[in-house]
Design a protein around this ligand. Sequence first.
Ligand code: HEM
Ligand SMILES: *[C@@H]1O[C@H](CO)[C@@H](O)[C@H](O)[C@H]1NC(C)=O
Ligand SMILES: *[C@@H]1O[C@H](CO)[C@@H](O)[C@H](O)[C@H]1NC(C)=O
Ligand SMILES: *[C@@H]1O[C@H](CO)[C@@H](O)[C@H](O)[C@H]1NC(C)=O
Ligand SMILES: *[C@@H]1O[C@H](CO)[C@@H](O)[C@H](O)[C@H]1NC(C)=O
Ligand SMILES: *[C@@H]1O[C@H](CO)[C@@H](O)[C@H](O)[C@H]1NC(C)=O
Ligand SMILES: *[C@@H]1O[C@H](CO)[C@@H](O)[C@H](O)[C@H]1NC(C)=O
Ligand SMILES: *[C@@H]1O[C@H](CO)[C@@H](O)[C@H](O)[C@H]1NC(C)=O
Length: 329
Amino acid sequence: MEGGNKIIAALVLGIWLMGLGSNAQLNSTFYASTCPNVSSIVSGVIQTALQSDARIGASLVRLHFHDCFVQGCDGSILSDNSASIQSEKDAAPNTNSARGFDVVDNIKTALENSCPGVVSCADILAIAAEASVSLAGGPTWSVLLGRRDSTTASQAGANTSIPSPFETLSNITTKFTNVGLSTTDLVALSGAHTFGRAQCRTFSNRLYNFSGTGSPDPTLNSTYLATLQQTCPQNGNGSIVTNLDLTTADTFDNNYYSNLQNNNGLLQSDQELFSTSGASTISIVNSFSSSQSTFFSNFAQSMINMGNISPLTGSSGEIRTDCKKVNGS
Ligand code: HEM
Ligand SMILES: *[C@@H]1O[C@H](CO)[C@@H](O)[C@H](O)[C@H]1NC(C)=O
Ligand SMILES: *[C@@H]1O[C@H](CO)[C@@H](O)[C@H](O)[C@H]1NC(C)=O
Ligand SMILES: *[C@@H]1O[C@H](CO)[C@@H](O)[C@H](O)[C@H]1NC(C)=O
Ligand SMILES: *[C@@H]1O[C@H](CO)[C@@H](O)[C@H](O)[C@H]1NC(C)=O
Ligand SMILES: *[C@@H]1O[C@H](CO)[C@@H](O)[C@H](O)[C@H]1NC(C)=O
Ligand SMILES: *[C@@H]1O[C@H](CO)[C@@H](O)[C@H](O)[C@H]1NC(C)=O
Ligand SMILES: *[C@@H]1O[C@H](CO)[C@@H](O)[C@H](O)[C@H]1NC(C)=O
């Protein structure tokens, strides 16, 4: 290498190392000495909650998703309104929809009892997501940890960055790309709709007058359409819920993808993954439908990818004592 190039290479390496120092990587042993039982404590609280609410695991997975897509995985979704915070809980994708906040508080209380001031609320969401998937029969993975909690939130960001079920596949793909996630991540993570519920208002546009055509969404399976019309009468109560997965409601499996192949996807955004002609997502759906283990390993990797979106590390942010509030406020 010529002399000048060596100096440039050394400078580039130095800047890269400085970058690592100020933006430390997450790792799976972050709490090994400070809170060794963190995983079992989180899992224990979720197991108790599942006894009275079969849906709670799904709700917790969704909280991690909605946290990570806004300012990164920083616990911003958990902050209530205050003088300095316009809560993300009131943003369009979350209001009257995001749930599980009380269970997050119970987890935080249990952790503060065992290891006070140590585990961030952002990490609680990441650990709870893995525990919930695994307790529902899905894959397990080694959760990367070391996130810290934001002292800010962005309701505007939640309104614009979280995908809507009424968007096109192309728009949703852009929202994933914006946070560094791929089309494969999109298809794998959408598989979280293998459990949990959705309210009529999130899909009833498909049942009666789809895009102003005066008819239902033509891609919707006619048997499923009839069932959904029973559950969600025209101009009825939009808050009624139904299972996202019509085959195995509370089990984490790959039936979500065979549902799509049968035109039994509940949300428009689900069915588009299989029914958008020419889309690269179709072959990924087929591959996850034909192999549960392929889906599970991709889902685990994509959850790690999502969990890596812009975490606060090192001395950035804080470890909240109460997940609902910035410390000292
Ligand atoms: C790809 C774009 C996505 C869209 C448009 C979308 C949209 C929705 C909607 C509309 C609901 C129903 C909410 C309600 O009716 O209150 C829902 C539920 C849910 N979503 Fe998604 N979602 C997407 C991706 C994801 C991802 C990436 C995950 C997690 C990795 C996820 C996990 C869940 C879960 C588990 C539920 C059920 C929650 C519960 O029962 O409380 N979703 N989603
Ligand atoms: C995990 O990350 C923390 C914070 O960056 C660091 O102190 C610790 O040494 C890391 N552990 C391993 C095994 O890399
Ligand atoms: C950690 O959990 C194990 C069982 O899961 C228990 O035996 C042990 O006492 C716990 N340790 C602490 C420090 O809580
Ligand atoms: C976010 O959307 C909600 C619901 O549509 C709206 O009430 C709120 O004003 C919006 N907030 C911001 C900051 O754009
Ligand atoms: C998709 O994105 C484009 C460009 O941002 C926007 O004009 C359009 O309204 C979006 N479509 C939907 C259905 O949200
Ligand atoms: C369907 O919606 C369009 C506009 O959204 C409206 O003009 C039309 O009258 C509706 N058709 C029926 C049958 O309700
Ligand atoms: C609509 O359904 C929800 C959920 O089942 C229920 O809590 C609410 O009371 C219903 N509202 C009306 C006006 O019937
Ligand atoms: C509709 O769904 C059923 C299973 O619920 C399936 O047997 C059938 O093939 C589906 N029809 C279409 C056209 O996809």
